[in-house]
Ligand binder design. Sequence first.
Ligand SMILES: [Zn+2]
Length: 277
Amino acid sequence: MVNAEIGVIGGSGLYSFLEDVTEVRVDTPYGRPSDSLFLGEVGGRRVAFLPRHGRGHHLPPHRINYRANMWALRSVGVRQVLGPCAVGGLRPEYGPGTLLVPDQLVDRTKARTQTYYDGEVRADGAEPNVLHLGFADPYCPAGRRAALAAARAKSWDPVDGGTLVVVEGPRFSTRAESRWHAAMGWSVVGMTGHPEAVLARELGLCYTTTTLVTDLDAGAEAGEGVSHGEVLKVFAANVDRLRSVLFDVVAALPAEADRDCPCSHALDGLETGIELP
Ligand SMILES: [Zn+2]
């Protein structure tokens, strides 16, 4: 049976060594997700892995079909999503290797569809209502607690809270943009954490992100700024412990019957106009 309860959006390094992984191709009313879903078991939980950039990393952040990705996860039963991502640190003390679990988000993306409820008739004839959901606290409190505890248990002292600013990319920030982000008090900068977070909320899914700092952003360091090679190097050096922490988070997430966080009630009493998978 094709089902999962927890979704993990991240690279193939997270699931490639699991035994008994089932590849499932899923289509959605919003088109195809980034890749197949890869279903396997971690810590006694059924997990669906989705390579955010596709296998071989052919999709840049602004071309990812975020709506299809979140819909596909929900359609195989997923109700809680972990969306780890690589970020730049906006403060000198958040150097490479820092694990930060944000509690806030600033959206600086420019051209990404970030709602299911736009009143536009879909290709399949379904007609979503126009909705405005609360998003004051973008992340699942239960997921954040599990992530922080799992990191601490692995002696990877995490930064508890902070603001992730998500930029459009694919380029990195200018020095002026980076200094501005830092001056606003924001903590880390990335390209993929949004609209994943809000689309999860719109589907009543829990969403938690754990950010791994791979470099200091242009305004926070004195040198030439970020290079892609540098980012990959730090990511590779940390992927094993990131995976081990994520798997502990998966095991520690609440069972579906015990899920009672605000995200799980995001759609209570609302008429979406469309049937959720
Ligand atoms: Zn939640």
